[in-house]
Design a protein around this ligand. Structure first.
Ligand code: G2H
Length: 250
C-alpha cells in the first residue's frame, strides 16, 4: 500500500492568537492534493482553539506529553487531556526535548508507548548531531533512538507511528540535508524496521524528513523514494510558504 505523504508543521514555542488566526485561515482556505495529509502542532495553550477552528481533515498535534494520564506532575500535559481536547497526534522525542530538557531514549520510548496506548498517533523524532555524523555514527545513534521506541511497542502499534528523521545539524540552521543524505538515512531506518520489527511495518511506516525544510528544498526532497513527508519548523509559521510545501506533492 502506498504511504500517504504527510506534511507536519511544528510551530515550536512560537505564535500568538493573531498567528493562530492567520495560519488557520490559510489552511482553511488553502488547497492541496488529497494525497497529502497535513498535521499542525501549535504550542499547548493554543491546541483547543486550533482544533476548534481548523478544518477537520487537518490533524492537530501536541509537541509533547507525559507518560501518565493524570496526577502530581506539575507543568506536564497528559495523553488523557489531549484526547479530551480531540487532539489526534503528538510529536515526541524532538531533538530540542532531548537536548534542552535531557529526555533520554528510554523516556522517549515510554512516552511513545503511553501515547499510542491512549490512542494518539505519534510523530517520533530521531537524528544525529553534527559531531556524530562527522564521526560516522549516524546510523548507530538513529538506530539506538528507534530501538528504544520499538522496545516499547507491539507490531500493531506501528500503525500509529510516523518517524521523523531530523539531523540536529539541519534543525533551524538553514543547512538542509541534501536529498541524497536524507534518502540514505531514511533507507537505513526502513532497513532497520524490516530487520527488527517486520517487513510489513517497514513498508507501511512513513518516514518524514525534518531540518530547515523550505518551499525551495521541498520539491527535490519529496522525489526521494523513502521520504514520505516533512516535519517543517520555521517555514510552517509562514502561511504562504507552508502551503507551497503542502503543494510540493500532488
Ligand atoms: C526541525 C524542524 C521542525 P526547522 O526541528 O521539527 O524545524 O524546519 O525550523 O529546522
Amino acid at each position: 500500500m502506498a504511504r500517504k505523504f504527510l506534511v507536519g508543521g511544528n510551530w515550536k514555542m512560537n505564535g500568538s492568537k493573531q498567528l493562530v488566526d492567520t495560519l488557520v485561515k490559510a489552511l482553511n482556505e488553502g488547497k492541496w492534493s488529497p494525497n497529502v495529509e497535513c498535521v499542525i502542532a501549535p504550542p499547548a495553550p493554543y491546541l483547543a482553539a486550533v482544533r476548534a477552528a481548523v478544518r477537520k481533515e487537518v490533524g492537530v498535534a501536541a509537541q509533547n506529553c507525559w507518560t501518565e494520564g493524570k496526577g502530581a506532575f506539575t507543568g506536564e500535559i497528559s495523553t488523557e487531556m489531549l484526547k479530551d481536547l480531540n487532539i489526534d497526534w503528538v510529536i515526541l522525542g524532538h531533538s530540542e526535548r532531548r537536548s534542552i530538557y535531557k529526555e533520554s531514549d528510554e523516556l522517549v520510548g515510554k512516552k511513545v508507548a503511553a501515547a499510542v496506548k491512549a490512542d494518539l498517533k505519534v510523530i517520533a523524532c530521531c537524528g544525529e548531531s553534527e559531531g556524530e555524523r562527522d564521526a560516522g555514527k549516524t546510523t548507530e545513534v538513529v538506530f539506538r533512538q528507534i530501538k528504544a521506541i520499538a522496545d516499547q511497542l507491539s507490531a500493531a502499534d506501528w500503525a500509529n507511528i510516523v518517524i521523523a528523521y531530523e539531523p540536529v545539524w539541519a534543525i533551524g540552521t538553514g543547512k538542509v540535508a541534501t536529498p541524497q543524505q536524507a534518502q540514505e538515512a531514511h533507507k537505513e531506518i526502513r532497513g532497520w524496521l524490516a530487520k527488527n520489527v517486520s517487513k510489513d511495518v517497514a513498508d507501511a511506516t512513513r518516514i518524514l524528513y525534518g531540518g530547515s525544510v523550505s518551499a525551495k528544498s521541498a520539491p527535490d526532497l519529496q522525489k526521494e523514494e523513502d521520504i514520505d513527508g516533512f516535519l517543517v519548523g520555521g517555514a510552517s509559521l509562514k502561511d504562504k510558504e507552508f502551503l507551497e510545501i503542502l503543494n510540493c506533492r500532488q
